[in-house]
Design a binder for this molecule. Structure first.
Ligand SMILES: Cc1ncc(COP(=O)(O)O)c(C=O)c1O
Length: 484
């Protein structure tokens, strides 16, 4: 039998569920019997037989010897890596684990500012110095791009003490960096390449998708199996494929960060998502890719919406996972957030994210053509019903400070902070993360010297009453700074 046809965690749980074992273990609902009736009425009760705890029959995530060990090994084979680890707290925990595995306190890491918040959490947990790279703004497409390989090489030359380079690829928009080149550069400098590939667990399974991080040479990469493939939410995987990192350290870190009561339904769904991807992934993705192409074509025939193509992204020296649709709405005179709210309240359609310029619609194994027709038709209806006057918005980011005066971890632990008015904040050390949307990346990070330019940028936003994530007060008139 083809090894990849097996699903060891699922099969073990299923066999056990069929025996209807009397439970004297956690969780307290006992195979679903004690659960709220309304919940069971809606969901049915079978799934709750899978909600078990650690005992020899079902194996332990922290010290796997049977079904979980086998499932992780099948996952590693499927992706062609040395080891794979199942995560039950999403790629969030994987990003933290990568930093804690590759770095010691006091080390420094080159990392793009366009990073998920879990990376800053990992920076605080691991006590490292971040060396931030400024993303590139594309004002034709109204999106940010990850740093180019040349920018990474320059940073490695400038900061030879850096231990690792941390890249996000694909971005939320599905744009992938030139990881082959980046991997060659990073390894030539003797550093680790860590990749947040939360949005790319499927890349490996179709040739019309960009190259995946481990194929390009990443030492560690994390994938949200739940984001595009069919695992349940929180189901992610960390792949290890390094010649230079210590696998035992990685194992220890993952174990330190994960719950001792993993949800076995999530574990089984990761196991099955791998089986589905390897057995039918190409066929399923072929369908999703065709639907995505159809969607782009339809969107690009509308008057006021567009979705950039793979060709346009390749012309900029990046690549695109076409299954992510970034829908630019600026010509409609409405913001992405306004359209998002209308779609959701009036039309029962929910996209994944929205900013001033774009909506992001993620297609998945369950998307079909009628969903696309419905979306495009609805957008056109909204356009004619609500169209505003075209705005002259441009995606801009200030030149971000690169002067880290204190480690984010030191600031996190420090009690010596105060609030100062925005007009007087320049020169102080920020004790806050402030992330305006747009650009959706932090313009201030704990430990950074605040510049006049950033103060002016924030004052401008505050005058427009635009909320900034992390502002902690109702209106952004002050910034929390470190008092040294
Ligand atoms: C780029 C990126 N990395 C990491 C994460 C965290 O992934 P998860 O939700 O699986 O914890 C996200 C979540 O949206 C993300 O967009």
């Amino acid at each position: 039998m083809n090894k990849q046809a097996q699903a060891p965690i699922f099969e073990t749980l299923l066999a056990r569920a069929k025996r209807k074992v009397t439970s004297f273990h956690t969780p307290g609902h006992k195979n679903g019997k004690g659960l709220d009736k309304k919940l069971k009425e809606f969901t049915g009760k079978s799934a709750y037989y899978f909600d078990v705890t650690v005992f020899p029959e079902v194996d332990s995530l922290h010290d796997p010897v049977s079904s979980i060990k086998k499932a992780q090994s099948l996952m590693a084979d499927a992706y062609g890596v040395k080891n794979s680890f199942f995560l039950v707290n999403g790629s969030t925990v994987g990003n933290q684990a990568m930093l804690l595995s590759a770095c010691n306190p006091g080390d420094s890491v080159i990392v793009s500012r366009n990073a998920h918040k879990s990376i800053l959490a990992g920076i605080i947990l691991s006590g490292v110095w971040p060396i931030w790279l400024q993303p590139k703004v594309d004002q034709n497409l109204d999106i940010l791009f990850e740093p180019q390989p040349e920018q990474i090489e320059a940073a490695l030359n400038q900061f030879p003490e850096a231990k690792a380079v941390f890249i996000t690829s694909p971005t939320y928009n599905g744009v992938t960096a030139d990881l082959v080149k980046i991997s060659e550069i990073v390894h030539r400098h003797g550093k680790f390449l860590l990749v947040d590939e939360a949005h790319g667990p499927h890349l490996k399974f179709h040739e019309d998708l960009p190259i995946s991080a481990v194929e390009a040479g990443a030492d560690l990469c994390v994938q949200s199996t739940h984001k595009v493939l069919s695992a349940l939410s929180q189901g992610s995987v960390l792949h290890f494929n390094s010649e230079i990192l210590d696998i035992n350290r990685v194992k220890k870190v993952i174990s330190m960060l994960q719950t001792t009561s993993p949800n076995y339904l999530i574990l089984a769904s990761i196991d099955l998502a791998r089986r589905q991807a390897i057995q039918n992934g190409e066929k399923i993705l072929e369908r999703v890719i065709r639907i995505a192409e159809y969607a782009r074509k339809k969107l690009n025939q509308t008057r006021h919406f567009f979705s950039f193509t793979r060709k346009e992204i390749q012309a900029r020296s990046y690549d695109l996972d076409v299954t992510k649709l970034t829908i630019n709405v600026t010509k409609s005179g409405l913001s992405g957030q306004e359209i998002d709210a209308i779609l959701s309240k009036e039309y029962n359609i929910q996209v994944d994210a929205a900013d001033l310029f774009n909506l992001i619609a993620i297609l998945g194994t369950g998307t079909d053509k009628t969903d696309i027709d419905h979306l495009v038709k609805t957008l056109e209806e909204i356009d004619s019903k609500y169209r505003g006057t075209a705005k002259n918005w441009t995606l801009q980011i200030p030149s971000l400070s690169t002067e880290m005066v204190m480690m984010p971890r030191e600031v996190f632990l420090s009690k010596k902070t105060k609030r100062v008015p925005l007009s007087k904040a320049a020169g102080h050390i920020s004790a806050q993360t402030l992330t305006p949307y747009p650009p959706g990346i932090p313009v201030l990070i704990p430990g950074e010297r605040i510049t006049e330019e950033i103060c002016n940028y924030l004052t401008n936003l505050s005058e427009k009453e635009l909320r900034v994530s992390g502002q902690e007060t109702d209106t952004l008139r002050t910034i929390k700074v470190v008092t040294v």
